[in-house]
Design a protein around this ligand. Structure first.
Ligand SMILES: Nc1ncnc2c1ncn2[C@@H]1O[C@H](COP(=O)(O)OP(=O)(O)O)[C@@H](O)[C@H]1O
Ligand SMILES: [Mg+2]
Length: 225
């Protein structure tokens, strides 16, 4: 079992006016390759702060993050951008699809941004939409799809360029329980059958059984594993 991401005493403070919020305090976790890792905790516990740091979208106040052997907290912003574009995929709470584009075009556009070879984009986009169970909906626009289906398009887009890790911050928060479970099961299937590595946050206790590894956050601290 190999860790793809590892943190060392990760802390993140936010200063607003005279107040300092200690959003993360000395977090030491490992994200294992080929696993579904769940970061769980109440609203305000630090999940988004942590997943943004793991995904190189933010920098810690102190501590280190290693991505394989590279200390990403030491990289220039440009290098971190590049790492993110080529090695990471993101799924957010509100599905951020482009409304003028079909499911297929959304995924293809993501591939273009990631610099995926032009000749292979069409095949890869269709392949990913099939993997998320939307092979018959590739020409549908977002408004012609259910919330759960839209989130599946977002997952196809996040995985299409074959990133080493996919980060999903509360991808089920705006879905009803049944659709939310479908989305998490899909992540599980992609991990088990396609060998993807997924990090997902949730405040829903029902979701945690599906994770290979669960870290619980309370007030910015990891309280159990
Ligand atoms: N940009 C920010 N400025 C000030 N405080 C913030 C900022 N981002 C998050 N926080 C605070 O950090 C804590 C953790 O927030 P967050 O990581 O968003 O929690 P979660 O995702 O678990 O709901 C909260 O107290 C939140 O108010
Ligand atoms: Mg959050």
């Amino acid at each position: 079992m190999e860790a793809i991401i590892r943190t060392e005493n990760l802390s993140r403070d936010f200063v607003s006016g005279r107040d300092v919020v200690h959003a993360l305090k000395n977090v030491n976790i490992e994200i294992m390759k080929g696993q579904l890792t769940i970061l769980r905790g109440r609203s305000g516990s630090g999940k988004t702060t942590l997943i943004n740091l793991l995904g190189a979208l933010d920098q810690p106040t102190s501590g280190k993050i290693y991505f394989n052997d590279t200390e990403i907290t030491k990289l220039s912003e440009q290098k971190r951008d590049e790492l993110r574009r080529t090695n990471m995929g993101f799924v957010f709470q509100s599905v951020a699809l482009i409304s003028m584009m079909s499911a297929y075009e959304n995924v293809e556009f993501g591939l273009r941004i990631a610099g995926y070879p032009a000749a292979d984009r069409r095949k890869r986009a269709v392949e990913c939409l099939n993997l998320v169970g939307l092979g018959k909906r590739i020409d549908h626009r977002p408004h012609e799809l259910s919330g759960g289906e839209q989130q599946r398009v977002a997952i196809a887009r996040a995985m299409a360029h074959k990133p080493a890790v996919i980060f999903a911050d509360e991808p089920t928060a705006e879905l009803d329980t049944a659709m939310g479970l479908q989305v998490v099961r899909l992540f599980k299937k992609l991990v088990t059958e396609e060998g993807l590595t997924v990090v997902m946050t949730t405040h829903d206790p029902a979701m945690m059984e599906i994770g290979d590894r669960v870290y619980t956050l309370e007030d910015g601290e990891v309280v159990n594993e």
